[in-house]
Design a protein around this ligand. Structure first.
Ligand code: ZN
Length: 61
């Protein structure tokens, strides 16, 4: 089951929605293109007790 996630793009400051797969572990990190400005960002995702959070930073960091 996927968990819904919201994060704020570090490039355009717009909120975007994505989803996390808890079966991939409680701490995940992957690169995704912003759905608004299409620039790459590094998404750090944590899953705990059936809830997910995400933190986005510029991919170049
Ligand atoms: Zn963006």
């Amino acid at each position: 089951m996927l968990l819904p996630l919201t994060y704020v793009c570090p490039h355009c400051a717009q909120a975007s929605e994505t989803s996390a797969d808890p079966s991939q572990g409680s701490s995940q990190q992957y690169v995704e293109d912003c759905q608004v400005c299409c620039r790459p960002l590094l998404l750090r995702v944590g899953v705990e007790d059936g809830e997910a959070w995400a933190e986005a930073s510029p991919e170049s960091e």
